[in-house]
Design a protein around this ligand. Structure first.
Ligand code: NAD
Length: 423
């Protein structure tokens, strides 16, 4: 585990605890209720011995990989959450992310609970065949805890529709063809139209709605986006289509800027051809640190956690910050932005488009009836818009910020469901 990762992980854990405590206080929950809300229902750890054939040579040595599934809460429905394949995956990180899923599914009011899982593995070191075997062994060992009405995994960092297809195949060996066991699958195997763009599309839609509330016209609004992966690129594409001017973009290496607005399609083609945003024609280079401090109307961190922290929060020059990534703003930075009057749309709400369309995918699989793309996106926009209005109205009523309001609504729903079921 690298020092940098450890630092970020500690910040994430502290950040989540701090936001939850704020909402618990405000809801005046007793200690016993808090303990029940925080405790995981079940944590499963498995070991997977494998003689992996490396990507660059095929005589692998025996290695034992560790896999995890944390099922945090299922008061409102089956456990739901992604699988992360990354060298830094550990039980503590998976625990925090599982909990976040519980609040996210409750906030957007879909009948799921929260879970997260993963394998500690550097996928770049494995051939595709070795990754397939590792995934299928993981599914065999997790078979007792997965289930269509029990626990439904999805993609996360380091996993993709292909990995979901292997999960579907392995699970179906013992249960018959079961597409509803996993979401984020290829469309050919029952994946939903629109799942790939769902999170970024939702981010853009909410950004437009919040901007309207701030009397900020989205047409010609200047937008800065950190991270040009799945979420960042689809958010950029949609915002540009809505008339916004995307003046800066970045990836893990570096950023690019252009005051007149970046041509997003050209940026996507450039990344597809070269792998990076660097040297995108018509733009100037900029560092990731400088990008976050650019004067702009809207700042969208869409890369990793804790990029806006106490080192740079005072220097942020946006009117609106939309958390497309999970936990990109630390709790200390959150307090600074609030004091400075900057509106912040929390991750819980901002990036919920992904899990919403995952839910639509599960529904389509259960009904064996696929929906057209425009129906998926229309339902996504409607639901996110409605949830934003609930959060905004609650925040006004309670005279609090959008994040605390979102946590209060989500925790209240989970708490009620647990009480009704007699947990
Ligand atoms: P991705 O891997 O497709 O893209 C990540 C982007 O961030 C890439 O451009 C990468 O180069 C860049 N990046 C990585 N490290 C960086 C760093 N240190 N500084 C600047 N840029 C960096 O990932 P994604 O699917 O777009 O997810 C982005 C964030 O959104 C993550 O926090 C993820 O958990 C969250 N999220 C994703 C989804 C989804 O549906 N994909 C849903 C909910 C939340």
């Amino acid at each position: 585990m690298t020092m940098e990762y450890e630092r970020k992980h500690c910040q994430c854990h502290d950040t989540q605890t701090h936001f939850l405590e704020r909402a618990f206080e405000s809801l005046q929950l007793e200690t016993a209720q808090r303990e029940l809300l925080l405790a995981a229902f079940r944590e499963t750890t498995v070991s997977i011995p494998l003689r992996p054939h490396r990507a660059d040579d095929d005589g692998g040595e025996l290695r034992t990989y560790m896999g995890y599934r944390v099922q945090h809460n299922h008061a409102r429905g089956p456990f739901k959450g992604g699988l992360r394949f990354h060298p830094s995956v550990n039980l503590g990180e998976i625990r925090a992310l599982a909990q976040l899923m519980t609040w996210k599914t409750a906030l957007v009011d879909i009948p799921f609970g929260g879970a997260k899982g993963g394998i500690t593995v550097d996928t770049n070191q494995l051939s595709s065949h070795a990754l397939e075997i590792l995934t299928k062994h993981f599914v065999q060992k997790m078979a007792p805890v997965f289930g269509v009405h029990q626990d439904i995994p999805a993609p996360d960092v380091g996993t993709n529709p292909q990995v979901m297809a292997w999960i579907l195949e392995e699970y179906s060996k013992n249960h018959g063809y079961t597409p509803a066991i996993v979401t984020g699958k290829p469309v050919e195997l029952g994946g939903s139209a629109g799942r790939l763009e769902a999170t970024g599309h939702g981010v853009a839609h909410l950004t437009g709605q919040v901007a309207t509330d701030l009397s900020l016209s989205i047409v010609d609004a200047s937008v800065v986006i950190q991270g040009f992966g799945n979420v960042g690129s689809h958010a950029a594409k949609r915002l540009a289509a809505m008339g916004a001017r995307v003046i800066a973009l970045s990836d893990v290496r570096n950023g690019v800027t252009c005051d007149a607005g970046i041509d997003i399609e050209r940026a996507r083609r450039h990344v597809a051809d070269t792998g990076w945003l660097e040297s995108l024609p018509g733009t100037e280079p900029i560092s990731n640190a400088e990008l976050l401090e650019l004067p702009c109307d809207i700042l969208i961190p869409a890369a990793i956690e804790a990029t806006i922290n106490c080192d740079n929060a005072e220097a942020v020059q946006a009117r609106l910050v939309v958390e497309a990534a999970n936990m990109p703003v630390t709790h200390r930075a959150d307090a600074v932005l609030r004091d400075r009057g900057i509106t912040l749309v929390p991750d819980l709400l901002a990036n919920a488009g992904g899990v919403l369309v995952s839910y639509y995918e599960w529904v389509q699989n259960l009904q064996e009836f696929p929906w057209e793309l425009d129906i998926v996106l229309q339902r996504l926009e409607q639901r996110l818009g409605l949830v934003y209005e609930q959060v905004r109205d609650h925040s006004r009523q309670r005279q609090t910020d959008l994040r605390t309001a979102a946590y209060e609504l989500a925790i209240g729903r989970v708490n009620r469901a647990m009480a009704l079921r007699g947990f």
